[in-house]
Design a protein around this ligand. Sequence first.
Ligand SMILES: [Mg+2]
Length: 193
Amino acid sequence: MSEVFFVANISENTARFEGVDPTPAVFIDRDGTLMEEVHYCNDPSQVRLLPEVVEGLLELRGAGFRTILVTNQSGIARGLISLDQYERVHARLLELLGGELLDATYMCGDSPDAPSLRRKPAPGMLLEAASEWNLDLTRSWMIGDKTIDIACGNQAGVPGILVLTGHGRQQDAVGARHVAENFAEAVRWLLGR
Ligand SMILES: [Mg+2]
């Protein structure tokens, strides 16, 4: 079951992994990485998957990675996206993926103009996920189309792959371990290492 976390609920989630070895994860940005970039997407009819994302997610899970979506949605703080609209867009994304391909989704609706421990490039969502899903960050990766995605991973000790979809071609690849044409190619590179 894919779960959506808006805030940390660490205490409720740690007990279920007692005695279980930590697993690696791939943290995945949403807009411009899994789905086409839409400026402040608040309409499920605008959700379009990028090429081969289903195949890429299946390959990651087959290789033993948890798949964790981490998305900044400052449109919520700006009043451009309601929480209900966000949830409908998210539901449409899951529908198009057509299965349980994401273990969890972490969303931050904070404004970039206010201090936030969760908004990327801050590592808060990754650290929450690591606690809640018993993740091994030393074997985990980040994939995103912005420099802030890569910086977010690096702040949590997680190497990043910049994809050239979405905003990728306008971004500085500084700090990225690799640059890939798109998500599917990032997965192939990661699993072929
Ligand atoms: Mg993005």
